[in-house]
Design a protein around this ligand. Structure first.
Ligand code: 9PG
Length: 538
């Protein structure tokens, strides 16, 4: 069938097709769309918060990110070997005259890829009885297309828009797992004069991933410290990764049947972190679901009103589930149980599959972690990993996901205020600030005691200001009376050749070895401990 959109002639093999505002609504489990010209750029749509999302030249070979060990936690492992430009749920191409053609699913478990001059879209599963498998086909100008796509998704998946996002102090990007009761109490006291709404405790309080009780560094317990936070007039926030389980946890020992297995009965890998392999909870298992709901209620009873749930992709990994439910639907059902159990807590999702989380959370991390550096040659040139922590990787992916704002509050991750020698430059920190302003989500991990006089006033102004932000171009925004262009964050570093390419292949292999990962982790931690001991006093 031939369709005309924005003066472009498109041919599709879908037969169920009707015009709607902004394009066509197609219904088919699989379809193709033939383009009038060879596209110059393709919009990769990453599966979860940290996965690369960006416009990339079609002339560029598709590379598989390294290391393999981290694939389940950085991309959709089902498509990681696909060498065609491809992405989760939707894809877009840019034609020579700058016109965009967009194909986006309106349901879950869907994928789009480009083969020469043809877009392919498919749903992984046959439709449930009576259900349709819909697509939005559109062309023209990027912003208009995405605002219509957001509208259509909102009708089907729901949307959440709390008027104001809380201003958050988060423990991760300064203390990492080196948090403790005395340290957090000192910081809580030090930031007394700053207008934070939430004091959020990140990773490091729990006994094990899966054993969500206070460890020995929090001797008074998690309810006690939540109360200390509340006494300062702020909300207490807590991080958990409730869909992950590690071998050293009690769940792994006592409830192996709650975990996600593959067709052969083996456990499905959810990646590697905390010096342990990661496994996933099967959110279709009734006992696992009951445990999840109980955990969320416990956190609420402790006094936490802001909850950051992380590594959520684990619930949507491919596998054979207790109930025969498609993977993203299974995740979404689990998330609905979580949302219900959390009641009116502010709910931030992280490491989360994007579309399956819509309508069920207040805010969503829409990029990889920031770090106190612009980019890392190891990740850029050797591992070719653009889901790795760093300001450029975070800005790139966040920028391409700002269209989600009508559906969920986009969290661009924290902003840095202190200038450490060798760390991010003032210009780079300003870009993070600008992105936080655009998103309307403001957070930092900086310790007040680290800040100079001028850094303190910059942080205070950042928290107090609410500058109007307006999109003025594809990568340009007007923020207050400033104009910021993120264009130079978009390009991926050039493909390496020669020596760098060879070293990269070796580094990629080494990084697949848990022992090597553990060693890097140990070295990094030793460094961090030194810095914290020297600057904290507790
Ligand atoms: C706590 C952190 C912070 C942070 C989260 C998440 O791909 N990876 O190896 C990977 C590891 C950790 C990570 C992201 C990616 O960080 O985004 O804000 O909460 O967990 O452990």
């Amino acid at each position: 069938m031939e369709l005309t959109l924005a003066d472009l002639l498109l041919t599709t093999d879908a037969t169920d097709c009707r015009p709607i505002e902004g394009g066509f609504l197609l219904s088919a489990p699989r379809l193709t769309v033939d383009l009038p010209a060879a596209p110059q750029r393709y919009l990769y749509s990453g599966w979860q918060s940290w996965s690369l999302t960006a416009w990339v030249e079609t002339s560029r070979p598709v590379e598989v990110l390294r290391p393999r060990l981290l694939h389940p936690m950085q991309t959709d492992p089902r498509y990681v070997q696909d060498r065609r430009p491809n992405g989760s749920w939707y894809g877009a191409v840019e034609l020579p005259q700058g016109k965009i053609v967009f194909l986006g699913a309106l349901g879950l478990e869907s994928h789009v890829c480009l083969e020469q001059q043809r877009l392919h879209g498919w749903y992984e599963q046959a439709p449930a009885q009576g259900a349709s498998q819909d697509w939005f086909l559109s062309a023209g100008e990027e912003e208009a297309i995405f605002s219509r796509y957001a509208e259509l998704l909102g009708e089907r998946l729901g949307k959440v828009q709390a008027e104001h996002a809380p201003r958050v102090w988060c423990s991760w990007y300064s203390l990492y797992t080196e948090i403790s009761e005395p340290r957090l109490l000192k910081i809580l006291n030090d930031l007394d004069w700053l207008p934070f709404d939430v004091f959020q405790i990140d990773d490091g309080w729990q006994r094990r991933i899966g054993d969500w009780e206070a460890n020995e560094k929090f001797p008074s317990g998690m309810a006690w410290i939540a109360n200390r936070i509340q006494e300062t007039g702020r909300k207490a926030g807590l991080w958990l990764a409730p869909l992950l389980v590690v071998p050293s946890s009690a769940i792994y020992r006592d409830h192996r049947d709650w975990l996600l297995h593959d067709e052969n009965g083996r456990l499905v890998s959810a990646g590697y972190n905390w010096r342990e392999p990661l496994f996933a909870l099967d959110t279709t298992h009734p006992a696992a679901l009951e445990w999840l709901a109980g955990l969320m209620k416990k956190v609420r009873t402790w006094g936490y009103e802001y909850v950051k749930l992380d590594f959520l992709y684990a619930g949507a990994l491919p596998g054979k589930r207790h109930a025969d439910v498609p993977r993203e639907t299974a995740y979404r059902q689990g998330l609905a149980v979580i949302r219900q159990a959390l009641g009116d807590a502010y709910f931030l999702t992280c490491g989360a599959p994007i579309l399956p989380s819509l309508g069920l959370c207040d805010a969503m991390r829409v990029g990889p972690d920031v770090a106190d550096h612009w980019a890392s040659p190891r990740d850029d040139d050797l591992l070719r990993n653009f889901a790795a922590p760093g300001i450029r990787n975070a800005l790139r992916t966040t920028l391409h996901r700002l269209w989600l704002a009508p559906l969920v509050r986009p969290d661009p991750d924290v902003t840095y205020f202190h200038a450490w020698p060798g760390g991010a430059t003032a210009e780079q920190r300003d870009l993070l600030q600008a992105m936080a302003e655009i998103c309307g989500f403001k957070a930092t991990s900086d310790l007040p005691s680290w800040l100079t006089e001028s850094e303190r006033s910059a942080l205070a102004a950042f928290l107090e200001n609410k500058l109007p932000a307006r999109k003025t171009g594809r990568t340009r925004y007007a923020i207050g009376d400033q104009e910021v262009d993120f264009a130079f964050c978009v390009a991926l570093p050039p493909s390496p050749s020669g020596w760098t390419k060879m070293t990269g292949a070796v580094a990629g292999q080494l990084a697949n070895l848990p022992l090597v990962m553990n060693l890097f982790d140990a070295l990094w931690k030793a460094d961090l401990r030194k810095k914290l001991n020297a600057t904290l006093g507790v």
